[in-house]
Design a protein around this ligand. Structure first.
Ligand SMILES: Nc1nc2c(ncn2[C@@H]2O[C@H](COP(=O)(O)OP(=O)(O)OP(=O)(O)O)[C@@H](O)[C@H]2O)c(=O)[nH]1
Ligand SMILES: [Mg+2]
Length: 195
């Protein structure tokens, strides 16, 4: 089946967030973890979402309409040291308000770089999303940078932090470069629409 994706809107403040009538699937995680690359690779697009090797590339909430069925929402990353404290707080508030108030969030993908342990910010975000009762899906990104033995180790490590994680159910190994995990993630997204 032909799939369609279109960039719809870029938002810089909570009041600008559109009240869409379709479900929203949100991407969040530390800056540079690969959120924008995740969007591009899922749909085999090079430039749908802007990516950069410099952290802090995505500075607004970006809404993409997928198959005229749901919105994928690319969030600015957190934890990027070079952003001013005021800017960080401003974004933390927008993200908080959005996650707290949007009635249409179907799931949140929380991306974590597979090479590193989840940080305190990751752990706090994980609990926060769960406390809101939102369907939380964890993705370990940049798997192509790990050896098989390191992947096995990380799979063991991640459940020490988040014991409820089950591979290919509520967490996925992913590589935007090799496409690993793509089918599993797309399948998961599809299943979210079957109640
Ligand atoms: N090797 C490898 N590199 C990746 C992968 N995903 C992303 N990258 C690289 O990581 C860098 C950051 O990717 P982005 O997709 O811009 O990350 P982001 O999370 O959107 O970053 P912010 O917008 O700053 O929050 C870029 O140089 C990407 O090419 C991956 O799966 N494997
Ligand atoms: Mg980005």
């Amino acid at each position: 089946m032909q799939s369609s994706q279109e960039f719809v809107k870029s938002v810089n403040s909570f009041s600008e967030i559109p009240k869409f009538q379709l479900p929203e699937i949100v991407l969040c995680g530390r800056s540079n973890v690969g959120k924008s690359s995740f969007i591009n690779s899922l749909f085999n697009k090079k430039n749908l979402a802007k990516i950069s090797s410099t952290p802090g590339k995505t500075r607004s909430l970006n809404f993409y309409l997928i198959d005229k069925k749901y919105y994928l929402v690319d969030m600015p990353g957190f934890g990027y040291a070079k952003i001013s404290k005021t800017e960080k707080l401003r974004w933390a508030n927008i993200i908080n308000e959005y996650l707290n108030n949007s009635k249409n969030i179907l799931a949140v993908f929380h991306l974590i770089d597979a090479r590193h342990e989840p940080t305190k910010l990751d752990i706090d975000l994980h609990s926060f999303i769960k406390s809101l009762g939102i369907n939380l899906l964890t993705v370990l990104t940049k798997i192509d940078k790990l050896k098989q033995s390191e992947i096995a180790l990380q799979k063991k490590e991640i459940v020490k932090f988040f014991p409820e994680l089950i591979n290919n159910d509520n967490y996925f190994l992913y590589s935007s470069i090799t496409g690993l995990g793509k089918n599993e993630v797309l399948k998961k997204i599809k299943s979210l629409f079957i109640i």
